[in-house]
Ligand binder design. Structure first.
Ligand code: MSP
Length: 675
């Protein structure tokens, strides 16, 4: 029977759109899952979205939509992006799905029935951003994770007896050293647990947007118990159906939970404790990677320094992003993203090294051998030590690649594979097959056959090894080899000499066109347009304008009338939004609301009342006479009892998303339409 392999990404919060920080984790899991499938494992790869909690509730309120609308929209964006990136997930779980709710309630029940839940009252500090209870903190003290001020919560709660698991957890970490990887994270966790664990509040009464506690629906279950349980609920935990239960028994425990380093505590302390309390087996390992930095700090929405995966994949393709992240970032450590480094890596490793090796080797076979068939290598006089050296390097690379990859050292594994690429490129230059091809004697023909067989066989091996990291280009090279679908190939069989002579090559085409300076400029422009575009989660009108399709190796999807899964809209959809220039005639603060201003805006045909959340950024008197951009065909809504008839367009800037009103450098008449 095939070995089972179950791998998960964190489920991503839906309070922000996906960026390449999220893509990094997902790509790493995808690459691992693809290699496992090639090894013949019965692989299950889970990803999804984390949709409950106060953070989501507040983001929705700020955007003026319901939590369900917000979660539907952003979950769709995550899923749409993974589909565009051809992420090979087997399942996508949303925590608002009934299968999840049922499973979480079952988890709660089991922990309670085993005596690890009691009722008590909590009065203390809570960080809404991290959804974290902060022990021994004063009112207003900063959250130890993110530094934001904590909020005081005081309520009757259900508590989880985390303190009962101190010894068991320490035993787990020492008895199973691979449970937390890398080692540095394991040490941090052990220090944290050794310093003592306090019981954990696992319900809230002040939040509505969550899963009710079974038999006590005034409480909703703490988001982290809810979220972590996804790893079980997605594979059938808590379902009454027999086949779901079998699925759970088959795949659980997970082999790898892949996470970013900031959520180690939840996964390495709370999660195993919850599972022990519920009487369930523990995951085999939790692997924490570092952060992707951009402009020297962690890429995150709140810092406003994100880069979208779409920008890179539209311009350079999926493989370029995957290769860069896996090769450039030392797994486990923080790594920096920059467009310059991306293009440099792409050109040197993909366009030059692998791309050239593939195109020249395959082209020469087609040109020099009848029918474009792989030639037969000589075992006799035409063979040299250099040929054998390549064969040996290839065998060594297969072994070292496997051990490095299995140890999550993707960067070093790829470095090893590219070591082989470099050796073969050098071998080709030194053995000059083009010069040998000019001679017609039998010895030269045999020598030519040996050189090109050696180069082709090494290329085939690199292609198979690199497939999980760069699936698209390697699939194309495999087809050019005439070997069919690479996904059908079993890596367990990979060894030197499998390439059959007489294999008829397919059509040879370049796989990585070179990028130039304008590639970087194009990506930077796309990101600038996104930052400049007024972004709000509230209305489709505020989504960034679609960027013009580029003539690139990765074709951009044509515009379709409805929103595409990646969230783009057609020009017809955009035209539905009527934005006009208006002039503020009057402005005043809304009583009892720190953030709101009531404005009267003249849009040429009428004067509209608009309530806008800009009071912290603009004094009312500074706005009178100012020209603004107003979305005029939004349905009216009531804020603090005042009807708001339209939405003022503003950029959301900095950590706090402070509004900056859109305006014009030239004079524009009142009522002019924006299109
Ligand atoms: N919802 C929780 C996870 C619950 S899992 C049961 C959460 N969500 S999140 O949207 O904030 O995603 C965090 C994860 O996204 C990180 O742990 C990491 O995997 C990935 N990353 C988000 N930004 C990142 C970087 N800048 N760099 C690297 N990974 C990043 O926490």
């Amino acid at each position: 029977m095939a070995k089972k392999f179950y791998i998960t990404t964190p489920i991503y919060y839906v309070n922000a759109r996906p960026h390449i920080g999220h893509a990094y984790t997902t790509i790493a899991c995808d690459a691992i899952a693809r290699r496992q499938r090639m090894l013949g494992s019965d692989t299950h790869f889970l990803t999804g979205t984390d949709e409950h909690g106060q953070k989501i509730e507040r983001s929705a309120a700020e955007a003026g939509i319901t939590p369900q609308e917000l979660t539907d929209r952003i979950a769709g964006e995550f899923r749409g992006l993974w589909d565009r990136m051809k992420i090979s997930y087997d399942d996508f779980i949303r925590t608002t799905e009934p299968r999840h709710k049922r499973g979480v309630q079952e988890m709660f029940r089991r922990i309670r029935d085993n005596g690890y839940i009691y009722k008590g009252s909590y009065s203390g500090q809570y960080c809404v951003f991290d959804e974290l209870y902060v022990d021994a903190a004063e009112p207003g003290s900063p959250c130890p994770e993110c530094g934001r001020p904590t909020e005081t919560v005081s309520e009757e709660n259900y508590f989880f007896k985390l303190s009962a698991f101190e010894d068991k957890l320490l035993k787990l970490y020492t008895g199973q050293p691979d449970f937390i990887r890398p080692e540095t994270r394991r040490n941090e966790v052990m220090t944290f647990v050794r310093s003592g664990l306090r019981d954990l509040s696992i319900s809230r009464t002040t939040i509505k947007w969550g899963i009710p506690v079974p038999d006590d629906p005034r409480h909703v279950i703490y988001v982290w118990l809810d979220a972590l349980s996804n790893y079980c609920t997605a594979i059938g935990f808590g379902s009454p159906e027999k086949q779901d239960q079998q699925k759970f028994d088959h795949y659980w425990p997970a082999d790898v939970h892949m996470i970013g380093k900031e959520i180690v505590r939840f996964h390495c302390v709370y999660w195993p404790a919850f599972l022990m309390a519920a009487g369930l087996p523990l995951p085999k390992s939790i692997v924490a990677h570092g952060w992707l930095l951009f402009e020297e700090s962690k890429m995150s929405k709140s810092r406003g320094n994100i880069v979208r995966a779409e920008t890179v994949i539209d311009v350079l393709g999926n493989d370029a992003l995957r290769y860069f992240l896996l090769r450039e970032v030392v797994f486990g450590q923080d790594g920096s993203f920059s467009f310059d480094a991306l293009v440099q890596r792409y050109n040197s490793d993909l366009a030059n090294d692998l791309g050239n090796l593939a195109s020249r080797t395959l082209t020469m076979i087609t040109r020099y051998f009848r029918g474009g068939e792989v030639p037969y290598p000589s075992s006799g006089g035409a063979r040299t030590a250099a040929d054998d050296a390549i064969a040996r390097t290839a065998e060594d690379t297969i072994a070292s690649f496997a051990s490095l990859w299995d140890d999550f050292q993707f960067s070093r594994a790829l470095e090893a594979a590219w070591g082989l690429v470099g050796a073969v490129n050098k071998y080709i230059v030194e053995n000059e097959p083009w010069a040998v091809a000019e001679k017609e004697d039998e010895g030269s023909r045999s020598r030519l056959a040996t050189i090109l067989y050696t180069a082709a066989e090494a290329l085939r091996i690199v292609t198979a090894l690199a497939h999980p990291a760069i699936p698209e280009a390697t699939a194309r090279i495999w087809e050019q080899f005439g070997l069919g679908a690479i996904s059908d190939f079993r890596l367990t069989d990979l060894k030197w000499g499998q390439l059959q002579h007489g294999t008829k090559l397919g059509k040879v085409e370049g796989v990585f066109p070179r990028a130039d300076k304008s590639t970087i400029e194009r990506m930077q422009q796309m990101e600038q347009q996104r930052v400049a575009a007024p972004v709000a989660l509230a209305a489709p009108a505020a989504t960034p304008a679609p960027t013009a399709p580029q003539a690139t190796p990765a074709a951009t999807a044509p515009a379709t009338p409805a929103a595409t899964p990646d969230g783009r809209i057609s020009i017809e959809d955009f035209a539905k939004v009527e934005m006009r220039v208006g002039q503020v005639k009057a402005a005043e603060k809304v009583k009892g609301a720190d953030k709101l201003l009531r404005l009267e805006v003249d849009i040429g045909t009428e004067v509209r009342q608009v309530v806008a959340g800009i009071a912290e950024a603009y004094a009312p008197e500074s706005l009178v006479g100012r020209k603004v951009v107003l979305v005029v065909n939004l349905q009216p809504r009531k804020l603090r009892g005042l009807e708001s008839n339209g939405m003022i367009v503003a950029a959301s800037v900095g950590d706090k998303g402070s509004p900056v009103l859109a305006g014009f450098l030239e004079d524009v008449p009142i009522g002019a339409r924006l299109k």
